[in-house]
Design a protein around this ligand. Sequence first.
Ligand SMILES: *Cc1c(COP(=O)(O)O)cnc(C)c1O
Length: 480
Amino acid sequence: MENNKKQDILRRFPSVQSILQDNSVMRLAESFPREFIKEKIEELIKSERSAVIDFLNSENEISSPDNFNFTNDYFVKKLLDDLNNFSYSLKKVVNGTGVVIHTNLGRSILPESALKNIYKISSSYSNLEFNLMEGKRGKRYSHIEYLLKKILKCEKALAVNNNAAAVFMALSSFCTGAKKEVIVSRGELVEIGGSFRIPDIMKASGAQLVEVGTTNKTKPQDYESAINENTALLLKVHQSNFRMTGFVYEPTGGDIAAIGKKYNIPVMEDLGSGSLVGLEKFGLPYEPTAQEVVNTGVDIVTFSGDKLLGGPQAGIIAGRAGYVDMIASNPLSRAFRIDKMTLAALEAVLFEYLDTERAVKNIPTLFLIAQTEKEIRKKAVKLLNKIKKIKNIDKNSFDFKIVEDSSIVGGGALPDYELKTFALSIAHKKISASGLGKIFRACNTPIIGKIKNEEYLLDMRTVLEDDFNDILNALALISK
Ligand SMILES: *Cc1c(COP(=O)(O)O)cnc(C)c1O
């Protein structure tokens, strides 16, 4: 009898087909694939069914089946709510970590001009590889080379998929033939993360690694002593994400360039982040810019497009014409070439650098680093005032404070340098800091904060004003 009642109740669920035929659901098919809608309906019914089964199993006395009425409308409304919040798997998040160039969160935000150009170039045909003057095949890299030459004052330049590809291609180009050796300081055999390790990339490219010096000290003389007839390249690698202090010494790219000249051996420097503007402008410690490194006489310089440059993922290869041509003619250049969207973005970003002040104003990565403490605090106060004004955020359960904190540049630049910042500290009477973190990450627009001493913080250096609504919505959701 009880079982019959249960069956009767479960039979009252509408069929997937009947929901699919609802008018507003039919209209959804214009925006979403039908199979996807069907799957969503099946999921909805399944989860409601199991909730009802759980409920029925927990009841001693099952009430009359007539008390259960699962209308189509109920499911349709749920479905519409669900799809209203649809997002692809790759989605926007709010970066409250204070790490400006955060590799896991997509590194650099592109400037408006780059976004517009991506849209324009990708929504029509373009002269990607077409010479408009001559009406025949043109060069893909011509669209950025003119800018890189102007900005870096180099003879020639090229961009490939990323800096790892740039280093790999260059090594493979310099080391064609057997037993070609590349000399690197022991203090620079770095791991960048994500399995990019200099010794491994060297092996994969076919180059023979020759380590010189010691972990903490390498002298110019160490390079000279290691040079022999198999030496194909002297390589300098930016230490990027770690810093050695104390009894340490590494020759500069310029020092190594001088040795290269003396022995007629090419010299390459992997700059990693490679900034095009002097960071000391923003009160950060001095680091040579990419222009300065090119100017030291290093033959080839490589750096990332989406680190301090603030552009799309890319690897810039710049330097002497002969070597750049040699690298460009490597068959790998086809495998590592950049696509039109990257080119569209990169040209627009590099164009900003024709005027440094424009670049700092318009390129988000530079702008976020350049923000003063006062500006960040002002942004924090603005957000806090909005929170205070919104009624559906439960002020009794939350405790909001603006606190001093420190953020970092990220992307392997200035790893030990802390930028002063302000953060919004969010505490909740019933939810722990890690609990808050979990809820924020599960929001429609996930919010990624940081936890310091059991305190949940949103670092306002990397929170944009455009993110405020997402934060307010998340707080309102927790208040429900
Ligand atoms: C980041 C980095 C790389 C890798 O650059 P990607 O653009 O991420 O491929 C290589 N070398 C150094 C020194 C780096 O800092």
